[in-house]
Design a binder for this molecule. Structure first.
Ligand code: NAD
Length: 335
């Protein structure tokens, strides 16, 4: 990708988008437009070198405005969160279809060359994820379609939109199916947080309060794989630069249970907590892992390389610092 390419990143005020913009800036890209619906004071990362805009990209006119002149679009904007959010906000999640549809239309109109869509492991058929000791999901397992209701259907539909814009209108689209990305500068409270950040936060709160217990959603034996943000950013750009245009898994294949994830967070904190299991809480599928055969075959044996123990430690430290800073700010404000 040319350093002079004009690159648009949507969802840039969010977790992955903020890291992607940072990575592009560090690589020397100078013409970057970062877009998000949130007010800029709520963006996780703001990069002064780039043109940052607050726009709601469900609106077609806003998409036209941000895509004008762009050679490359990374579409990461979506109304999303962890299980607690997507199971109770299915309509909101499906409305993200407006973002990708309008961004594709704008990209076509303004002759964007390369277009990236952030899809999800939630596209995979639920009946292939019923066992904690799950067989890792291959790309072909998305069909026959039975994705996560709401969020997963939107992702699967938008993947197809990308495919047909590529086939019918020659827009070069790439699609990655992200599997649980975690790391610093992301959501760790408020209801949209995902398991790694939620567990770090709960362990930190237990440590700071001295109440040595933790609530776990489900029985804790459900399994997942978690990819550290640096691997996600590297893999995203690899996929964007490569020739493959079919959806490809981008995720770790280090399968762990939620109980094992909590074990790691406790070890980082140096404490042991009593676990209260909330069996009625949202928990998603029983088991999910990424089969990385395709990504390895396409990109010279590439796969995520950061161990969960290492990535979670960095995430824990960042959330810890945020919580302490928040408490100090409250104290200073006299709350
Ligand atoms: P995030 O919620 O931190 O970032 C998404 C951003 O999109 C938010 O800042 C939000 O304000 C913005 N947005 C929402 N609606 C918008 C709109 N109408 N117009 C403009 N901006 C809008 O989430 P993330 O973890 O950074 O996820 C980025 C992308 O990756 C999303 O498409 C998500 O579905 C996908 N994904 C993420 C994960 C993960 O584990 N984080 C897993 C699978 C897929």
């Amino acid at each position: 990708m040319d350093k002079d390419d004009f690159i648009v990143v949507t969802g840039a005020g969010g977790f992955i988008g903020g890291h992607l913009v940072g990575s592009l800036v560090r690589q020397g890209h100078r013409r970057i437009r970062a877009v998000d619906k949130k007010p800029m004071s709520s963006w996780y990362q703001l990069h002064p070198e780039v043109d940052s805009l607050q726009r709601d990209l469900t609106d077609r006119a806003a998409c036209d405005q941000v895509a004008r002149g762009a050679a490359v679009v990374y579409n990461l904007a979506a109304d999303m969160g962890g299980m607690g959010f997507i199971e109770s906000h299915k309509a909101d999640c499906m409305l993200s279809v407006l973002i990708n549809t309008h961004m594709l239309m704008a990209a076509r109109q303004h002759q964007v060359r390369d277009y990236f869509f952030a899809s999800s492991a939630c596209v995979y058929a639920a009946d292939k994820q019923t066992d904690a000791d799950v067989v890792a999901l291959r790309e072909s397992d998305a069909y026959p379609a039975l994705p996560e209701d709401g969020y997963g259907w939107e992702k699967l539909f938008s993947e197809r939109m990308c495919r047909h814009f590529r086939e019918d209108f020659a827009l070069r689209t790439r699609t990655a199916r992200y599997h649980n990305v975690y790391g610093p500068w992301g959501t760790y409270d408020g209801g949209r947080e995902k398991a790694p950040a939620a567990i770090c936060r709960k362990v930190i709160e237990a440590k700071l309060s001295g109440r040595h217990e933790i609530e776990i959603w489900g029985d804790g034996e459900q399994t997942r794989s978690f990819m550290y943000i640096d691997d996600c950013i590297e893999g995203t750009q690899l996929i964007m630069h490569g020739a493959n245009t079919e959806p490809v898994n981008l995720g770790s294949d280090q399968l762990v249970s939620i109980n094992q994830l909590a074990d790691i967070a406790e070890a980082i904190a140096g404490i042991k907590l009593h676990r209260r299991y909330r069996l009625d809480a949202p928990k998603g599928v029983r088991g999910r892992n990424s089969d990385n055969t395709m990504i390895k075959a396409l990109y010279d044996d590439w796969a995520p390389s950061i161990r969960l123990e290492d990535g979670l430690e960095r995430t824990y430290r960042w959330i810890y610092d945020q919580i302490i800073a928040g408490r100090q700010a409250q104290l200073a404000a006299g709350d």
